[in-house]
Design a protein around this ligand. Structure first.
Ligand code: GUN
Ligand code: ZN
Length: 432
């Protein structure tokens, strides 16, 4: 019989989206709880005492008094932009041209890709993120490095080779045909292999010709289980350049819609400046708006409208957008997300925040049967948090009275120092 592991701690997992700051029906919480793990999956989750009775021989790892949650999910980031974070740029298009494209050019070298991919997954695990959804560069070897490094850590990941065939340095451009064929080869090699999924990844309409978006649409039709990821309505200059390149489109979203790129597995990075018509089409097609707060603030892109999108029935996710984003931590992302929404007169409650980076993002990816819940049979991706990890946090923690207050403290003050351990498929993987 395979060995079992029993984690002990204060176990929190969500069952639905919290509708109010004190929506206690949205989560399950065991103050003295446990997660029983076997073969990389959750076998049972609940009160520690009853789990111990069923598994007297399981290896015990005692995380008390820390919180045990499903591993964090980051639904949009660029692994090839680790060396771009903190690069000066007036706004999106200068930043892309001056820093991002040159850095991505380096990924022609497979050794560079392998080195950065290792650093990337170490950083994910250090910050409690167990599932990243990443853009690689346009070089298929960068995607190869990404999936190889993820498989070495047995992590559930999504990634894609960026398709881009214009308005970028020649060394970064593929062609409509090459982008199609390279993506198809990656799908054959990695999609559904182990815990990996390949995303069809046209970077955005500015860097794809109509022929390339057509090819991306053909890939989406041919591989309906593959996610699609791209950027949408991030910045006003970007929107006007885009509409100049696609003059027949009704609006930005209509470009992607007309090439068959919208569906329930489509992840639309940023989705800030959307018209009511665009929100309606997002809702109808099930496409997901991905909120990237640290990036939107850093690049001055604008204030994402969570309440408006929710009201329109649009599905929503949250992400770091490294390297436009400025921190790998989903906790820091929640903190900045709170502030962005506050500037819009909206509130990101602590329960909603922790729902979002676990079950909410899992649902946005259509992966809630696999990750984000700690439900029996799901994959044992787990993050353990210490809400008193730093002296400042400990001082605040001394006055915390409720679970929601404790989560809000983590949301506002937490970062990688609060991450005690990160488990991928039941194995402790936080780098030292
Ligand atoms: N739009 C197209 N490419 C990118 C990118 O790499 N980062 C951001 N923030 N926006 C983009
Ligand atoms: Zn991005």
């Amino acid at each position: 019989m395979a060995a079992e592991t029993l984690l002990r701690g204060r176990v929190l997992r969500f069952v639905s989206e919290p509708k109010a700051p004190d929506d206690h029906g949205s989560y399950l919480f065991d103050e003295d709880g446990g997660v029983l793990i076997k073969d990389g999956k959750v076998k049972a989750c609940g009160a520690f005492a009853s789990l111990r009775v069923t598994a007297p021989d399981a290896t015990l790892i005692d995380h008390r008094p820390h919180l045990i949650l499903p591993g964090f999910i980051d639904t949009h980031l660029h692994f090839v932009q680790m060396q771009v974070i903190a690069s000066w740029g007036a706004q999106l298009l200068d930043w892309l041209n001056n820093y991002t494209f040159p850095a991505e050019t380096e990924f022609a070298d497979p050794a560079h890709g392998a080195r950065i991919a290792d650093a990337f997954f170490d950083e994910m695990l250090r910050h409690g993120t167990t599932t990243p959804v990443a853009y690689c560069s346009s070089h298929p070897q960068s995607a190869e490095a990404y999936f190889t490094a993820a498989a070495a850590r047995n992590m559930r990941v999504i990634g894609g080779k960026v398709m881009m065939d214009r308005n970028a340095p020649p060394a970064l451009c593929d062609t409509a045909q090459r982008g199609h064929d390279e993506t198809e080869a990656l799908v054959a090699r990695w999609h559904g292999k182990g815990r990996a999924e390949v995303a069809i990844t046209p970077r955005f309409a500015i860097t794809s010709t109509p022929e390339q978006l057509e090819a991306a649409g053909a890939l989406a039709r041919a591989h309906p289980t593959c996610p699609v990821q791209t950027h949408l309505s991030e910045n006003h200059d970007e929107i006007s350049s885009t509409l100049g390149l696609y003059p027949k489109a009704k609006d930005y979203l209509d470009i992607y819609h007309s090439y068959g790129l919208l569906g329930p597995r489509s992840l639309m990075g940023h989705s800030i400046h959307l018209s009511p018509r665009e929100m309606g089409v997002m809702a109808e097609t099930g496409a997901v708006a991905v909120f990237c707060p640290t990036s939107n603030l850093f690049l001055g892109s604008g204030l994402y409208n969570e309440a408006g999108l929710a009201e329109a029935g649009v599905r929503r996710a949250i992400a770091t957008d490294i390297g436009g984003g400025t921190n790998y931590s989903m906790l820091r992302t929640l903190d900045e997300g709170y502030k962005v929404l506050a500037l819009r007169g909206q509130k990101l409650t602590a329960l909603k925040a922790f729902y979002w980076i676990t079950l909410g993002n899992a649902r946005a990816l259509g992966l809630e049967d696999k990750i984000g819940t700690l439900a029996p049979g799901s994959e044992a991706d787990i993050t353990v948090l210490n809400p008193a990890a730093t002296p400042a946090m400990a001082l605040r923690h001394a006055r915390v009275e409720t679970l929601a207050e404790e989560l809000f403290l983590l949301q506002v003050l937490g970062d990688d120092r609060a991450v005690v351990e990160t488990y991928a498929a039941g194995v402790a993987r936080k780098p030292g």
